[in-house]
Design a protein around this ligand. Sequence first.
Ligand SMILES: [Zn+2]
Length: 258
Amino acid sequence: MIFDCHCHLCDERYADKAALVLEYEKGGVGACINAAYNLASCYEGERLANAFPSVYFTVGIHPDNPQNATEETLQTLLALSRHEKAVAIGEIGLDYHWTPYDEALQQRAFAAQIELAAAAKLPFQVHSRDAAADTVTVLTQNKSKFSAALMHCYSGSVETAKQLLDLGMYFSFSGTLTFKNAARLREVAKYLPADRILTETDSPYLAPEPFRGRENRPLYVKHVLAALAEIRGEDVQKMEDVVWQNTLTLFPKIKERL
Ligand SMILES: [Zn+2]
């Protein structure tokens, strides 16, 4: 099954969610995970998962708003995570791109949500931007609390990937893999062991070639998969099967529902 493990169906740019879901299902994409970034998008993810069989969801607070990861909110997230289609905590992590940002506060919110994932017995999806070293540090400090998790839209180096592999991390690639200037990323995609790779769109952001610059959609995960297969010198069908197996391994609640 072709799978989009990180998209934002809940984004308000998508006026007609049903049409979007139908589009990817008809186009051969089997299912997706709606990734939350704030409390409202957690509830919206739950609503979408209830409405559409092929939609799963995450619950979590994005590093852009670490102050929102309060004790009270984390309790709410824990309750939401009991839903049978809540398959991960996320997206959580560190983002040092937009200034000003509070490193210490972000790191506390990240660690608190790794703990939340442990309490929920779920994997988590990590957003890491311009914060590779600290991401590795927080994950290392909290290693006893998780066995596996996902680096969503991975854009780091092979060197960082080596450290993350040792921590049990999986890696998902988005449309950025198809960009012409993605030489470093292609190197990473070639380097990683086959059993740690997933595919995503991060839609509505990061549309792959040939749609770069336009609104992205879950359907376009097929272009990410094709790029991955091409880079690794693999048959597309074989690549699809490998990625699907990895998806089931990383998100056991999806496997339980099959
Ligand atoms: Zn995202």
